[in-house]
Design a protein. Structure first.
Length: 136
């Protein structure tokens, strides 16, 4: 299924925040992780189980398959980044995060998954292992 281009509507919010980006562009924001893999991000809300702050919001990063594929390969997620008495408030708090902050969260999650060591980008691994020729 081909993609659909929708023009940005900057009257709907601040495209420099994660919530504003979704409102303006009508699609999730996407980032390249420090591992060279593409991730899209969504704000997710869920009940916390706490009486005083029953709603929490967190970021869910969908990891996409490598070159040529269009399927999800995995995901990373944060703990609750906000808790509130309403679902809308929890979502708004996380939605106010700057895109640069969200990218930083993604990079920290990728590094944590790699055991704290800087992960090698997948295409560097292929090159170093001899799976990719320099003749291209």
């Amino acid at each position: 299924m081909p993609g659909q281009h929708l023009p940005a509507d900057h009257s709907r919010g601040d495209a420099n925040t994660i919530g504003g980006y979704v409102a303006v562009h009508k699609r999730p924001a996407a980032f390249e992780g420090i591992d060279g893999v593409s991730y899209s991000v969504e704000i997710v809300t869920a009940p916390t189980g706490h009486e005083e702050r029953p709603w929490g919001a967190y970021l869910l990063f969908v990891q996409w398959s490598r070159v040529g594929a269009t399927s999800a390969e995995g995901h990373l997620e944060t703990d609750y980044l906000a808790e509130s008495d309403t679902e809308e408030d929890a979502r708004a708090i996380v939605g106010a995060l700057a895109l640069s902050q969200v990218r930083g969260v993604l990079h920290a999650l990728v590094a944590e998954r790699a055991g704290g060591a800087p992960p090698r980008r997948w295409f560097d691994v292929l090159h170093d292992d001899g799976d990719v020729s320099d003749d291209a």
